[in-house]
Design a protein. Structure first.
Length: 188
């Protein structure tokens, strides 16, 4: 497991948060898949974005791929199980209306929870990541006097910790393989 912390991903959280403090971020970390393979599993063909401008950007890393959705339908988050076949995948999403974390191994949903509601987690082994969650200072039992202000950054760090896939600011600033997702539900 990596030593990522909330500070490691504060930049990514801020990149997708506007001046009104509204966040629109859908991101997936997948170990051992190339950007081409990750997009293929989502049913996305690399190419220019369609009329809507919605799509998925895939950033190759030493350990796998990080996928960032350009749009807000949750294609990356909702397909974490498909991405994890033969490997592991973690996804994080945060919008002004909702948020969540999902961890899948070989197509199986291991755990999923709201970023501010870990006590209501579910999955085939919902407690598997508890030690990592505690290290990151996330609200394990719902008894913290205040919700952590950096829950999204902590969840992104958790995704790195459980997949071993790291996205640096420099890698994010580089080229990505991009493809449109207008043809996928719920964009249709």
């Amino acid at each position: 497991m990596s030593g990522a912390t909330a500070t490691t991903y504060e930049w990514l959280y801020r990149e997708f948060t506007d001046d009104a403090d509204d966040t629109w971020l859908y991101v997936g970390f997948v170990r051992g898949l190339s950007p081409e393979d990750a997009l293929r599993r989502l049913g996305i063909t690399p190419g220019p974005l369609g009329e809507s401008g919605f799509g998925v950007a895939a950033y190759g890393t030493d350990a796998g791929t990080v996928l960032i959705e350009v749009g807000w339908a949750g294609i990356v988050h909702d397909q974490a199980d498909r991405l994890s076949v033969g490997t592991v995948a973690a996804s994080v999403f945060a919008t002004s209306d909702d948020d969540g974390f999902t961890y899948c191994v070989d197509g199986e949903l291991i755990t999923t929870f709201d970023l501010y509601g870990y006590p209501e987690r579910s999955g085939s082994d919902p407690d598997r990541l508890q030690a990592e969650i505690e290290v990151l200072g996330m609200d394990v039992d719902g008894e913290l006097p205040e919700l952590p202000g950096d829950a999204v950054s902590r969840a992104l760090a958790l995704a790195e910790r459980v997949t071993g896939v790291h996205l640096s600011p420099a890698r994010y600033a580089g080229a990505a393989l991009i493809g449109p997702c207008d043809h996928l539900d719920p964009y249709r």
